[in-house]
Design a protein around this ligand. Structure first.
Ligand SMILES: [Zn+2]
Length: 529
């Protein structure tokens, strides 16, 4: 080999990676541009999904219509669907592509009891009185993730990109009822990156424990068993299960003062007996025990069991308990969050119309909140706070301790609302939700492209997961070996309302939008007094 040739070879070898990287960077930018344009072209599809799922209004574990509808779309588009995963009839996994990396999308799809509400109407006006409704906005998440996945699929096929996309439904999120079972069933074993999405009024992402307003929890039902008797003629023959429930509740409330303030616990009595002249032989109470970490949640759970046993002893009844939900406090991946933040900034907030702002302000005024309308700017990356306060929970927490994960908040709802009630449903089948979901879909697609095309980024996310996040904390499930998904929950409630709700299912073949189908003027606000 002569020296000149040797030099050319060496020079070429040095240059090649530079050239390749430049090419790849260019094509990543191009692909991102194409993805965003394609998602803009799918606005009608996204809107129809948002509206359709809104109209189904299904409670946790009863998302049968919703799941049938979404898996139908995915199968029609070449995804393979596995149904009934983790022992949950309404759960499924949809898969497209082959090989690494495996990128998973997840988002919730269940709704809230008694939150039925006409969309676009800035005061309480249910579609079906007393019925469940999307008073959290979970109807929009699948529109976000499926729109992104379909566009991604097309780009992967056209550009021969290796990798796999998976889509998971957040079944029964409102009950914190599914993800620990998904993890136990090994559904995330081969997954490299999880991109979760959740409805919000802002556009943001976080890493670590984020704003600190998240708790983990166990959700437990206590069933007391006593002895029935005539409550007037022979009460001494009876043993009241309701007395036990009341004593447990009183006991918990006294003890609450001596538990560290980070706890949050709340309950509803799900069975208080039948009628006053019968000593209640059966009664039940349902507790959520929330805390900031596994150890403290476990302590609350143990304490709850002790107090329940004590109440049973005091009343001569017996008690057994059933875990119906659990969630680790979430922890999000810094590498993915930083990549995602750039995409949030490049996509930017939706352009709100005057009608959107009018609806938002009128609703805020109606419920006595600050009437500042919709947000106009994306949020900076949310970094972990020093002193987390705790707050709500989400069972994606369990996933976040098994795979590098982030949870994008996309701007599809109105700020300053109370959550888990009808006001949070008002915007959820209007242009506010439609535009916010399109924006969210773009970020989901762009972030997936970042990881599909840059294997070093996948590696970096795992390095953070292994060397920072799980260095000292190891995931342990709250589930006991006998615990099963509470798939019978909400069955009666849904059976009661489905015949009424069915009359209002959205029909996209006949109406452009759900607002049009319901004959709602957008926005409908109270006249100024
Ligand atoms: Zn939610």
């Amino acid at each position: 080999m002569n020296r000149k040739f040797q030099f050319i070879l060496l020079f070429g070898a040095l240059l090649l990676p530079v050239v390749l990287e430049a090419q790849q960077a260019a094509s990543l930018a191009e692909l991102k541009q194409k993805a965003a344009a394609d998602i803009d072209g799918m606005q009608t599809f996204t809107q129809q999904m948002v509206d359709q799922i809104f109209s189904f209004s299904e409670l946790g574990f009863q998302e049968f219509e919703t799941s049938r509808y979404i898996t139908g779309i995915l199968e029609k588009n070449g995804f393979q669907v596995q149904r009934g995963v983790a022992g949950i009839p309404t759960a499924w996994v949809a898969t497209y592509g082959t090989g690494k990396p495996v990128i998973a999308y997840i988002t919730d799809l269940d709704c809230i009891p008694r939150a039925s509400q006409k969309p676009g109407v800035a005061y309480h006006d249910p579609i079906v009185a007393g019925a469940p409704g999307h008073g959290e906005g979970h109807n929009s998440g699948m529109a976000v993730n499926v729109t992104a996945a379909l566009v991604l699929k097309k780009l992967m096929a056209e550009h021969h990109l290796a990798g796999t996309i998976k889509i998971f439904p957040g079944v029964a999120e409102e009950l914190l009822g599914s993800k620990a079972f998904y993890v136990r069933a090994g559904l995330f074993k081969d997954v490299d990156i999880v991109l979760g999405s959740h409805v919000e009024s802002e556009f943001s992402t976080a890493y670590g424990t984020g704003n600190g307003e998240w708790s983990g929890l166990v959700s437990v039902q206590y069933f007391f068993h006593g002895k029935a008797a005539h409550a007037a003629s022979a009460p001494w023959e009876g043993r009241s299960a309701l007395d036990a429930v009341e004593l447990m509740d009183t006991g918990w409330d006294f003890r609450r003062e001596h538990i560290r303030p980070a706890q949050r616990s709340h309950r509803v009595i799900i069975n208080g007996g039948d009628q006053p002249n019968v000593v209640p032989s059966e009664a039940a109470v349902w507790y959520y025990f929330r805390e900031l970490d596994y150890k403290h949640i476990k302590e609350l759970y143990d304490l709850g069991n002790t107090i329940a046993d004590s109440a049973a002893k005091m009343t001569g009844t017996t008690v057994d308990h059933k875990l119906v939900g659990s969630a680790w406090p979430p922890f999000y991946n810094k590498v993915i969050a930083e990549a995602q933040q750039k995409n949030i900034e490049s996509v930017g907030m939706p352009k709100w119309s005057e009608a959107d702002q009018t609806l938002a302000k009128a609703l805020q005024k109606e419920i006595g909140a600050k009437a500042e309308g919709l947000k106009e700017k994306v949020e900076p990356l949310v970094e972990p706070v020093k002193n987390p306060t705790g707050g709500g929970s989400d069972d994606v927490g369990d996933i976040s301790w098994n795979v590098p994960m982030v949870y994008m908040m996309y701007p599809a709802n109105i700020p300053n609302l109370p959550g888990h009630s009808w006001p949070n449903a008002v915007a959820m089948a209007t242009p506010i939700a439609h535009k916010g979901s399109t924006a969210g879909a773009k970020v989901q697609a762009l972030t997936a492209l970042d990881f599909l095309l840059q294997p070093q980024l996948v590696q970096a996310a795992w390095d953070y997961f292994r060397n920072v996040q799980t260095k000292d904390v190891h995931y342990e499930t709250f589930l006991g070996p006998e615990d099963k998904p509470a798939i019978e929950m909400n069955k009666e409630k849904m059976e009661k309302f489905v015949p009424e709700l069915k009359k209002f299912y959205y029909d996209p073949a006949r109406y452009k939008t759900y607002l049009e189908q319901l004959g709602i003027q957008y926005p409908t606000v109270k006249p100024k007094s």
